[in-house]
Design a protein around this ligand. Structure first.
Ligand SMILES: Cc1cc2nc3c(=O)[nH]c(=O)nc-3n(C[C@H](O)[C@H](O)[C@H](O)COP(=O)(O)OP(=O)(O)OC[C@H]3O[C@@H](n4cnc5c(N)ncnc54)[C@H](O)[C@@H]3O)c2cc1C
Length: 399
């Protein structure tokens, strides 16, 4: 059995360039940006210049034609400085534009994707609704066919990038009586619809993941031509669940990057901080926390990167119900989300009172981690998915 856990030279170079950029451009503005809860202007132009935006897109659309391992690595590396902004980049590029790329027509992709690669356009994805969170299939947003148009009414909540988005992909019921079999996927450019008053994006205040803008989106008789329906009429569930797999795998990078920084900052602090005449790192109860952080990070890293590598090895690179990828993707984010919160808490504890102040970056890393037990399907829902896939009749054990 050949096992090679090393990154390639190209992957190391990617990690290096993203980390240097994040430390030089992002880190100096994070404390203030977090306080005022504003996404740094030009973030997407910067990630566009770095080649992150279209990292898995084909070159003809302006992409780098790399894989989900590289995407995960890029998101992990951004998250070493900002978990929140890594999520924001992922929400635009993986949740919105990559989902669009997998389902739109060639003409539509040639028109839209180059703008996402340069960072001219920011994207968002709308699944969650005020009364349909974990039970996403219970969504109430409706798309009614009138002549050759769809009329959209309803709302979406907690939409990452909503307040700044130029482009949105979302799901709506096209045949409400058919339940999950009556859901379709739509897209639209936001500027024109906002100007006409057909859609509203209202910013939601949060205590964590600040700098990553979140919105309540309301559709009021929003008109869309039929060509803005992608992935097939009433075929939205396959689009949604398949997209959630790449989302859960690559966004595991957000918690991994945060965990790594929590460990690095805690190690440094524990070696420098002296109490009772000794560095606190010499106390066993502090060492226990550091050792746990290390083990969890390494185990989480394996779950995430092995899922990404498995995804890259598939011809269609798609998951969804009844696939091994569904289980692996859910496991990756489940584990990393839960150990991420624990690691964040331990990091604050090691920093003592200083960890409770906003001057120390550790406070942001801690606050951001909790989201990963909730966003992209909660821990409870991920456990249900893992168990469902383990109990599948044709589960052949890839254990
Ligand atoms: C910062 C942030 C960013 C987000 N970004 C996006 C985005 O870009 N796009 C998008 O569409 N959504 C986004 N979300 C929404 C997110 O995916 C939902 O919050 C999540 O799916 C949970 O839905 P809910 O909040 O309605 O919780 P609920 O579904 O109401 O759940 C409440 C609690 O009940 C539990 N629960 C529910 N059903 C079950 C069950 N059957 N068995 C056991 N326990 C259960 C849940 O696990 C949870 O603990 C974001 C959320 C946040 C906070």
């Amino acid at each position: 059995m050949a096992l090679d856990f090393n990154f390639t030279e190209e992957q190391r170079m990617l990690e290096d360039s993203v980390y240097k950029w994040a430390m030089a451009w992002l880190e100096p503005q994070m404390e203030h940006a977090y306080e005022i809860d504003e996404m740094p202007k030009d973030l997407f132009k910067q990630t566009g210049d770095l080649g992150i935006n279209g990292i898995v897109f084909e070159e003809k659309y302006g992409g780098a034609a790399l894989g989900y391992v590289e995407t995960l690595l890029a998101y992990e590396t951004i998250a070493r400085v900002s978990n929140a902004l890594s999520m924001t980049v992922g929400a635009s590029q993986t949740l919105c534009f990559d989902n669009f790329r997998r389902n739109a027509t060639e003409e539509q992709k040639l028109r839209v994707l180059p703008k996402s690669c340069t960072g001219e356009w920011i994207g968002c994805l709308g699944i969650t609704e005020p009364n349909a969170g974990s039970d996403a299939m219970g969504m109430a947003t409706k798309a009614e066919k009138k002549g050759d148009k769809y009329i959209i009414n309803g709302s979406k909540i907690f939409i990452t990038n909503g307040p700044v988005a130029d482009f949105m992909v979302f799901y709506a019921k096209t045949d409400p009586a058919a339940g999950p079999k009556g859901i379709s996927t739509f897209f639209f450019e936001t500027a024109e619809k906002k100007a006409k008053g057909q859609v509203k994006f209202e910013k939601i205040k949060k205590w964590g993941m600040r700098t990553s803008p979140t919105a309540l989106v309301t559709f009021e008789d929003m008109e869309l031509p039929e060509e803005n329906l992608i992935g097939g009429l009433n075929k939205g569930v396959a689009v949604l669940t398949s997209g959630l797999c790449t989302e859960r795998i690559t966004l595991s990078g957000c918690t991994l990057g945060g965990q790594r920084t929590c460990l690095e900052l805690s190690l440094k602090y524990a070696k420098e901080r002296v109490q009772f005449g000794k560095p606190i790192a010499s106390f066993q109860s502090i060492q226990e926390k550091l050792a746990n952080m290390y083990c969890n990070y390494k185990a989480g890293k394996f779950l995430a990167y092995s899922a990404a590598a498995y995804c890259d090895s598939l011809t269609n690179k798609a998951g969804g119900k009844g696939t091994d990828l569904d289980r692996m993707a859910a496991a990756s984010l489940l584990f990393n989300g839960e150990v991420g919160t624990k690691t964040g808490l331990d990091a604050i504890q090691i920093h003592g009172g200083y960890g409770y102040t906003t001057e120390y970056a550790i406070s942001r890393h801690f606050l951001d981690q909790k989201l990963w037990e909730i966003g992209a399907g909660t821990s409870e829902i991920r456990r249900m998915i893992i168990a469902r896939e383990l109990m599948r009749d044709d589960f052949k054990s890839g254990l």
